[in-house]
Design a protein around this ligand. Structure first.
Ligand code: SF4
Length: 378
């Protein structure tokens, strides 16, 4: 599978996935179809990658969270919909979860395991995180955190046990982040999270950082301030990426949703350019259908804090979407209806044409920058 971006500068990008792209002269296309040699090259790279079997496990060590974001898909007591419990994974349960992951990876004939520690806020159950890392011994290990608990006592033992990547979430710069990412007392967390990130990066210069900042109408104007603040991340030390994410309404009536529009695409391009100038990587959109965690039941699983199995983190904690348990494994009868991807019940940000146009504009700029094309040469 590949996609073709619209013509620009006499060329078109053919995209088979991250680091699997080719820039092809427009005159070689037959309509929207690239020449066969290009298709073959893209498919060969994709096939070589899929030859490596990686089992991707998501473990929600805590459904509970120390923040109260209004759009949350997890446990937010202020939400009109109570979706999940506030359970945390015990170390004993983590041992069983680790055994399940290793056995499932062996059944899937995987030669590598990727482990994502997720929540709620996973660092609310630090011992469970340690047990998982010790017992799974994954090839790659990451944690997805809101950063407020990113302290030495919680994170250093995880780094010692193989944690290599930290995903940290922001809602733009200080003024907008503090409006939505507040703690139980209603106080904003921006300064705390920023300080935690910079301190952790100083102590662990080899860590990879992925900053995930929500792009909502209200955060558009403050993303540049976030980039500027995070540009203090030690450059040589960190491999840092910026991902701008569109926040979904997943059925709770959250109405601060960003539409797929050329104006928003232009905003995203502008923020991405600032991020690259500050030393961050920016990456192409990965369609949810290619998500390594939920695209193949033999090579991925999401396990809730209570040991219930799900296909993805968005359905985790909602028993009507459960596909099995640690004890009994996946129930094959549930797979056709309940093996779903994370946007299963998200309201769309626009129609298909608007979506494609949006990501084409954003990805074109990332690809052009990757070969040093001057963005002003348009
Ligand atoms: S930090 Fe994450 S899990 Fe916690 S309330 Fe916000 S979006 Fe939900």
């Amino acid at each position: 599978m590949y996609r073709v971006l619209p013509p620009a500068h006499g060329f078109r990008w053919v995209v088979g996935g991250p680091n699997n792209t080719l820039r092809v002269p427009q005159h070689l296309f037959d309509g929207n179809v690239p020449p066969p040699v290009v298709v073959t090259a893209i498919e060969q790279v994709a096939a070589a990658r899929s030859a490596s079997r990686v089992f991707s496990a998501t473990a929600l060590t805590s459904q509970d969270c120390n923040l109260r974001c209004p759009y949350c898909i997890q446990n937010t007591s202020s939400s009109p919909v109570q979706r999940v419990s506030d359970i945390r994974m015990t170390p004993e349960r983590a041992t069983k979860v680790a055994q399940y992951i290793c056995a499932a990876a062996a059944r899937g004939e995987a030669d590598q395991i990727t482990l994502l520690l997720f929540g709620g806020e996973p660092l609310m159950a630090p011992e469970a995180c340690q047990v998982l890392l010790e017992n799974v011994r994954p090839t790659n290990a990451s944690v997805w955190t809101n950063g407020a608990l990113l302290t030495a006592s919680r994170i250093d033992p995880l780094v010692d046990r193989g944690l290599d990547t930290i995903f940290v979430t922001f809602d733009g710069g200080r003024t907008t982040h503090d409006l939505t990412r507040s703690n139980l007392a209603g106080r904003g967390t921006y300064d705390l999270v920023l300080a935690n990130v910079l301190e952790t990066a100083k102590r662990h210069p080899h860590l990879n950082w992925v900053v995930r900042s929500s792009l909502m109408p209200q955060t558009a104007d403050t993303q540049h301030a976030l980039v500027a603040d995070l540009s203090q991340l030690p450059k040589r030390a960190a491999t840092a990426s910026l991902i701008l994410g569109l926040v979904d309404d997943i059925g709770i009536g959250f109405d601060n949703v960003t539409p797929y529009s050329p104006d928003v695409a232009a905003e995203m391009v502008s923020i991405n350019r600032a991020a690259r100038a500050a030393g961050f990587h920016t990456s192409l959109r990965t369609p949810i259908s290619s998500c390594v965690y939920c695209s193949d039941p033999t090579l991925g699983i999401t396990i809730d804090a209570d040991g219930t199995l799900y296909s993805c983190w968005q359905t985790a904690g909602r028993t009507e979407w459960s596909i099995g348990s640690l004890k009994d494994g996946i129930d094959p009868a549930q797979l056709p209806q309940r093996w779903v991807a994370c946007d299963v019940n998200a309201a769309p940000h626009g129609n298909t044409a608007e979506r494609d146009n949006f990501w084409n504009l954003v990805d074109q700029d990332i690809l052009d920058a990757s070969i040093g094309l001057d963005p002003n040469d348009e």
